[in-house]
Design a protein around this ligand. Structure first.
Ligand SMILES: [Zn+2]
Length: 432
């Protein structure tokens, strides 16, 4: 097992909750943590971090517990863990009576199953006795005496995919990993269905690698250098960063990073940094709304990360319908707008101008600009009056097209205004 080390970097990370300079650096980015292959006798074992998934098959875990969203169906991968069991006279398939079967929390791309990108979830865990961080797989051998159709875990008992060490204790519960895997899978379906966009790279070829962690640095974010995700389960006790809107927020940062705009890391303080955060909020929250059968786009929630702890300890709590509740602006350069040189500046806060605009596209509302009668009044109507789902969907398509196809590096809010209007026209909706 490799040991992790911490070093200082100057990289600025796209973090939903914290901005920190300390980071754990990976030397092994790009490696697949759950390599899959058909077992062949005599074939040398590949050198991997955790081992190999032999003869893998997708398996649907029914009603697995997620942290915030109740029991959910999640795709995982069943495999044969032990080479020593290989018998040339027996068909080597998982769940056959002649072999031990294990399940790992990873899923391959499989369009027919609604999985539009490969996903891997691993543990990055601080040892209880030292400050060293270790990586572990999320995998377990399925006990002999359980019904495979109703087995829902745990999935964190193997230290190595191909070895069973009964003394091993993964400090991170598999419920966290189930939550991340479920959200990431449904996110790929959400962006596929609405935008024709698979995974984070559009083709769905890049692995979505999620590090569930209890790092003292409270790591939650997308690392643009390593192309990997971090979700902290310890940043706020009792409220792990595994809510769907949080997962969706970070995956959306990656989607932008792999797109036309490229790496926005070094644009801290510019308006596009705020547009980046707002776009991640809008897509992440829309994803959470869409997946919830009680919300969808008919009864949407307007507060991102609303399940991840009470305000104000939940620093990601951002209400689209009332940005000023978080001392954030609802108007471009209006009240609470901050220059990057001012104390308390965060791109997330200025970004709420666009998140509020997105909310206003969906509702009928009237008021004063920046709540100031001296600035004049406004009135809004839903984009498609009388149809909440069509309105929300069109608003989403407009912002997605403008942000991923039309916005240019270093553009700001005025350019975004023009490009959303262009996108609306190109989507068949004359402006007027
Ligand atoms: Zn962010």
């Amino acid at each position: 097992m490799k040991v992790w080390y911490t070093r200082f970097t100057k990289r600025i990370l796209l973090l939903i909750f914290f901005w920190i300079g300390n980071w754990i650096h990976y030397s092994a980015f790009g490696q697949s943590f759950y390599p899959q292959q058909q077992y062949q006798p005599g074939q040398p074992a590949s050198v991997t971090t955790f081992g190999t998934l032999y003869n893998p098959v997708p398996i649907l875990i029914h009603s697995a517990a997620t942290y915030y969203h109740g029991p959910q169906d999640v795709w995982a991968t069943a495999y044969l863990p032990f080479e020593s069991e290989y018998d040339a006279s027996k068909t080597a398939i998982p769940f056959s009576q002649d072999y031990t079967t294990a399940i790992a929390l990873t899923s391959a791309k499989n369009d027919a199953l609604g999985l539009y990108a490969p996903i891997e979830v691993i543990a990055l865990a601080k040892s209880p006795n030292t400050n060293l961080m270790n990586r572990y797989p999320f995998a377990s051998v399925v006990p002999n005496n359980v019904n495979q159709a109703t087995y829902t875990g745990p999935f964190n008992t193997l230290k190595d995919l191909n070895q069973n060490d009964p003394s091993f204790n993964n400090p991170l519960a598999s419920e966290y990993a189930i939550s991340v895997l479920e959200a990431a899978q449904k996110y790929t379906k959400f962006t596929h269905d609405f935008f024709g966009h698979n995974g984070i790279d559009k083709q769905g070829d890049i692995v979505i690698l999620a590090n569930v962690n209890n790092s003292p640095d409270a790591l939650t974010g997308f690392d643009t250098e390593e192309k990997a995700f971090y979700f902290s389960v310890s940043a706020l006790p009792g409220y792990p960063h595994v809510e769907r809107s949080t997962i969706g927020h970070e995956l959306t940062h990656a989607l932008l990073n792999f797109g036309n705009l490229g790496n926005l890391d070094y644009l801290e303080g510019t308006e596009i940094a705020s547009l980046n955060e707002s776009f991640a909020d809008i897509i992440g929250l829309s994803f959470e709304n869409w997946v919830d059968p009680n919300k969808k786009f008919v009864n949407p929630n307007w507060i991102i990360a609303n399940l991840s702890g009470p305000f104000p300890v939940n620093k990601a709590y951002r209400p689209f319908d009332n940005p000023k509740f978080r001392n954030s602006p609802n108007t471009y350069k209006g009240t609470y707008w901050k220059l990057s040189s001012e104390p308390g500046y965060r791109p997330h806060n200025n970004g709420m101008v666009m998140s509020h605009w997105f909310y206003l596209l969906n509702v009928a509302k009237s008021g004063y600009i920046d709540d100031d009668p001296a600035r004049g009044s406004y009135i809004t109507a839903p984009l498609i009056p009388g149809d909440k789902t069509a309105t929300y969907t069109l608003a989403l398509k407009i912002i997605f097209k403008a942000m991923t196809e039309k916005l240019a590096y270093l553009d700001g809010f005025p350019e975004m205004r023009i490009k959303t209007l262009e996108a609306a026209v190109e989507l068949g909706n004359p402006v007027g």
